[in-house]
Design a protein. Structure first.
Length: 186
């Protein structure tokens, strides 16, 4: 089973990326990740990130074991070039080419596990307009309005019993100095 991952428009030239890609080509995934941790190149970071992404794809989509994977193919292609310029002597300008690259990665299995198809995702049944109008519990809008009125009445009754509203309780908690002054004045 081949697992694929791609990264596009990485702002490092493909020539520099290939130096790191050549190091990890054909390696087991665990060895490649440890190798990429210690390579002192800027291009090691996006390649490592892509290898980790491909491993996650293999685990999630195909239930493959990480220890059974190796880098079957890694290809660095030329991406878009940004054309800029810099001023030079005597009023001239010389071009600057800011190159980018695309990485294509294919992971293979060391020992074939026999998995051919990806996991099937469960798709929820479509919701009809009538069900949406009733809501999640199948109640109509009128019933929900009645329940909201009941709850608002019960909160009003609770505030009358306690003597304080929630806002005044919050104020007393927020300003402990004012609370002390009020207690002293009583």
């Amino acid at each position: 089973m081949d697992v694929r991952a791609k990264a596009k428009h990485i702002r490092i030239s493909s020539k520099k990326m290939r130096l790191v890609a050549d190091i990890v080509r054909g390696m087991e995934v665990n060895k490649a990740l440890s190798q990429l941790n210690f390579v002192n190149k800027k291009s090691a970071k996006p390649i490592k990130k892509l290898v980790e992404s491909a491993i996650a794809n293999a685990k999630h989509n195909y239930n493959l074991d990480k220890n059974n994977l190796f880098i079957k193919e890694i290809r660095i292609d030329k991406g878009r070039t940004l054309h800029r310029w810099t001023p030079r002597a005597l009023g001239r300008a010389t071009p600057i080419r800011k190159r980018s690259s695309h990485i294509s990665l294919i992971l293979g299995e060391l020992v074939d596990s026999g998995v051919v198809k990806s996991k099937k995702q469960e798709i929820a049944a479509p919701v009809s307009l009538e069900e949406m109008a009733k809501g999640k519990t199948g109640e109509s809008k009128e019933n929900r309005k009645k329940e909201n009125k009941k709850t608002s009445r019960s909160t009003a009754e609770n505030t009358e019993k306690n003597g304080k509203t929630e806002a005044s309780k919050r104020k007393s908690v927020e300003n402990p100095k004012e609370q002390k002054n009020q207690e002293e004045s009583k």
